[in-house]
Each structure stands twice: as structure tokens, then as C-alpha cells.
Design a protein around this ligand. Structure first.
Ligand code: DX5
Ligand code: ZN
Length: 232
């Protein structure tokens, strides 16, 4: 299970997005872009045209996290303009299978996101349609919120669910309050893709912050797989 770090631009300077991307281009795996419509969440960020512009300047693949109503209508467009991953919320989707298929047909990975109180088990049969599960570790809408450790059991159950389907390559992403104090608990619980906004762009040196988070997550994930390995 390879650790991946996806800095979220939500806590960066929106007037300098291209520079923000360059600051982590050599250290991160993805650039996480939060699309909010002021309806699904009480905050408004950016949409398709900004993502399209950002893609012209970015070398990192873009991970779009759609916090919008009616993702069935909009999600595939983000894949069509070139986002490499498009994640939409299960609470907002009327037809998650059709939407995931449309994202994949447009050439991107498809992710399904769950707010803290939304269980994953009812969607277990949809896993073959998906490339990633996003387990929100805060209520979506804002950066800089405190990590909700009540979500950790769900994260563990999601990892167990994926382990039970061992031919499925579905990533498990966490988003919200991820930083030096919380990333290890998430890695131990089974997350492999880590979104971090304020922990990266609130740091003096964002690239250094990404390296440090990766090291912590690698160490915690390594300790878990060593404990799971019957041969030691
Ligand atoms: C919140 C967003 C996150 C946000 C995380 O709804 O989905 O991606 O940027 O910010 P931090 O890492 O500061 O909690
Ligand atoms: Zn996000």
C-alpha cells in the first residue's frame, strides 16, 4: 500500500494558484482541488473554468473533490477537462453508478466521498465501479477544522471491506484535519491517500511539510503491515 499525499489548495492563496501548485509539484502526488457550490456545503470556492486554467499550469495530476449538489450532472465535465481523479459525494448523487461510469469513460479515476455520519457498508456492492473511497474526517466545507476521531472505526471497517475484496484496487483517502498529530492514526486505520490543506499551505515550507507527512504515514503504515505479516 503506497502512501500518497494530496495537498488541498483550499487553504492556499487563490490569487496565486499556479505558484501554489509549483511549491508542492516535486514533493506531492496530487493537487487536491475542493469544488464547493454553497448548496451542498455552506461555502463557495471555484468551478470548471478555474480547474481548466489550473490544468494548463499544473504538472501534478488534479484530484477534484466535488462538494456540490447534482454531481450526476457535473462530475464528468471535470474529467473531460483533464482532472485525473473526480470524487463526488454519495449524499448528493442520485445515480452514483452512472456518474462513476461517466467519470471513468471520460478517462479519470472515480471517487465516492462519505461525510462523517454516512456509512460505507450500504455501498459495498458498488466498489468495482470505483477507484477511491473518500472518508471525510471533518464535516465538509472548510479547511482548518479539528479532526474527528469518531470516524476512525469507519475507516478501519472500510479497509477491512477492501481487504475482503483483494482483487480490487480501490484507494482509501482521508480529508479534513490531517496533519502531524493525526496522520499516523489514519495510516494505522488503513488510509493510503492523505489530503492536507492547512498542514501544508499553512507551513512556512509546503514541500518540507509534504515530505514530513509522507514520512510519518509511511512509518505508521509500515508498522501495521509488519504486524500483519505472519512471517514477521
Ligand atoms: C474540507 C475540504 C478539505 C480541506 C481540508 O471540506 O474537503 O480538502 O481543504 O483542510 P484541512 O487539511 O485544513 O483540514
Ligand atoms: Zn477536500
Amino acid at each position: 500500500m503506497a502512501v500518497q499525499i494530496a495537498p488541498s489548495i483550499l487553504s492556499a492563496d487563490f490569487a496565486r494558484l499556479a505558484e501554489v501548485e509549483s511549491s508542492v509539484a516535486d514533493s506531492a502526488d496530487w493537487l487536491h482541488v475542493d469544488v464547493m457550490d454553497n448548496h451542498f456545503v455552506p461555502n463557495l470556492t471555484l468551478g470548471l473554468s478555474v480547474v481548466r486554467s489550473l490544468l494548463r499550469h499544473a504538472t501534478l495530476p488534479i484530484d477534484c473533490h466535488l462538494m456540490i449538489e447534482d454531481p450526476d450532472r457535473w462530475a464528468a465535465s471535470y474529467a473531460e477537462v483533464g482532472a485525473r481523479n473526480v470524487t463526488f459525494h454519495v449524499e448528493a448523487a442520485a445515480a452514483p453508478v452512472r456518474t462513476a461510469r461517466a467519470i471513468r469513460a471520460a478517462g479519470a479515476r472515480a471517487g465516492l466521498a462519505f461525510k462523517p455520519a454516512t456509512p460505507i457498508e450500504p455501498y459495498a456492492d458498488l466498489l468495482p465501479e470505483l477507484d477511491m473511497l473518500l472518508v471525510m474526517t471533518v464535516e465538509p466545507g472548510f479547511g482548518g477544522q479539528a479532526f474527528l476521531d469518531v470516524v476512525l472505526p469507519k475507516l478501519r471497517r472500510a479497509r477491512a471491506l477492501l481487504r475482503g475484496r483483494d482483487n480490487l484496487d480501490v484507494w482509501l483517502q482521508v480529508d479534513g484535519g490531517i496533519g502531524p498529530d493525526t496522520i499516523e492514526r489514519c495510516a494505522e486505520a488503513g488510509a493510503d491517500v492523505f489530503v492536507a490543506g492547512s498542514a501544508v499551505f499553512g507551513a512556512d515550507d509546503p514541500a518540507k511539510a509534504v515530505h514530513a507527512l509522507r514520512e510519518q504515514a509511511d512509518r505508521a503504515a509500515g508498522a501495521v503491515s509488519a504486524a500483519d505479516d505472519p512471517d514477521g
